[in-house]
Design a protein around this ligand. Structure first.
Ligand code: G3I
Length: 370
């Protein structure tokens, strides 16, 4: 039986054809072209994606797409404290181990995300951290989760999203339960515990809000550089994860972003785009037009990012629109239409955004040996 042609895909391709001249995308790459990770490897880069255990176990089309496109995977949420120790002392790693097993059996690199994050914290933790032994509970969690995957995880997001200028704290640190109970040293303590648990792993600080040209993000970039410099002087941090949650309509200033990347690199800190996707909620409903604008926005960002040799690659926050987080909660499109934020559509077909990533990888300068 002939494959069902998804009408939106036809519109997308037609839309792309119509808009091709408006986009530095070049001709649409043939659909049997090498996958994104194969292209990344040619330049000494990596391309990966976030995955959830359930689709990896139950969705063969998604699993095949991951193997076609990615060389690295990261659990979307299964390694977070709220998932691994919902009940105090009763750690469970079954879902995260399922993802680790998939990575191992298919020769994929594995990222750890996120040992310490102010969200997805177990309900019992805030009170426990406020007790006299709170510091040892905090350190034990990092030792436990990082130690669980020792030798299998290439790099960890040890601390995620510790900066929030709106909280008015010194260093623009987020006034999280960790800052309140452990003091600002919690960040270095988390990295020390991770280093002890997995000496071979690359340790990353991960955050958002450093991609665009606004006074708020200028302050986030300043605070990030100060934090990374402090951690680097203590030889605790190896890399900075720029989440890269883009949104069409935000003001991207390539030169300002390039300067920031160079400032991070000058600290001796590697950079990885760790949660790349493109929010299209400001765009009109038409799929073809949306896909082209998403691809164009992404291309401008990726060209600037990948031109900096300290940037080691791109990890998308999902691979297919079928599982994007942008169809949930406050991030949904106001018109209720499904988001088209990722390289593959809901049927695992490559979209103009796939093309934009492929072209950006193809055009990136070759990285020397690590
Ligand atoms: O799959 C289960 C489902 O079986 C269950 O019925 C349902 C209700 O409990 O939960 C479902 O799992 C949810 C999962 O998303 C998959 O949709 C989890 O509860 C929910 O907590 C999880 O949310 C994730 C969130 O982090 C919190 O962990 C999002 O997927 C994920 O995209 C988001 O990712 C964060 C990064 O870690 C940090 N940067 C921002 C980014 C987006 O918020």
């Amino acid at each position: 039986m002939a494959a069902k042609i998804d009408p939106t895909r036809r519109v997308t391709l037609a839309g792309l054809a119509a808009g091709l001249t408006a986009l530095p995308l070049g001709p649409l790459l043939a659909l049997d072209e090498p996958g994104l990770h194969a292209r990344a490897l040619r330049k000494g880069l990596v391309f990966g994606c976030a995955v959830e255990a359930r689709p990896i176990q139950a969705d063969g089309a998604f699993r095949d797409a991951v193997l076609r496109e990615a060389g690295l995977i990261v659990p979307t949420f299964e390694m977070k404290w709220g998932q691994t120790e919902a009940n105090r002392g009763a750690t469970t790693y079954d879902k995260s181990e399922a993802i680790a097993d998939f990575a191992t059996s298919h020769g994929l690199k594995l990222r750890g995300h996120a040992a310490i994050w102010h969200q997805n914290v177990p309900g019992w933790v805030p009170e426990a951290l406020g007790k006299p032994d709170g510091n040892s509970i905090f350190a034990s969690h990092v030792l436990d989760v990082v130690g669980q995957f020792r030798g299998r995880i290439a790099q960890w997001d040890v601390v995620n999203e510790a900066i929030e200028p709106k909280d008015g704290q010194p260093g623009s640190l987020r006034n999280s339960i960790f800052l309140k109970t452990q003091g600002r040293s919690y960040i270095a303590e988390a990295f020390r515990a991770a280093r002890a648990a997995a000496p071979e792993a690359q340790l990353y600080y991960n955050d958002y809000g450093v991609e665009y040209a606004t006074p708020y993000e200028d302050e986030r970039r300043r605070a990030t550089l100060a934090l990374l410099g402090d951690l680097r002087r203590q030889r605790l941090v190896d890399g900075f994860g720029i989440q890269g949650h883009l949104k069409v309509g935000n003001n991207f200033d390539a030169e300002r972003f390039r300067r920031f990347l160079r400032d991070v690199a000058d600290l001796g800190v590697a950079i990885l785009l760790t949660e790349f996707d493109v929010n299209d909620s400001r765009l009109e409903a038409d799929v073809g037009t949306r896909d082209i604008k998403v691809a164009d926005h992404a291309r401008q960002f990726l060209d600037a990012a990948l031109d900096e040799r300290a940037v080691k690659g791109v990890v998308a926050w999902g691979l297919s629109d079928r599982y994007t987080w942008l169809n949930t909660g406050v991030f949904r499109r106001p018109d209720g239409l499904r988001s088209r934020s990722l390289p593959l559509d809901e049927d695992m077909a490559r979209k103009p955004l796939w093309n934009a990533i492929a072209r950006a990888l193809d055009g990136a300068p070759v990285r020397g040996p690590k």
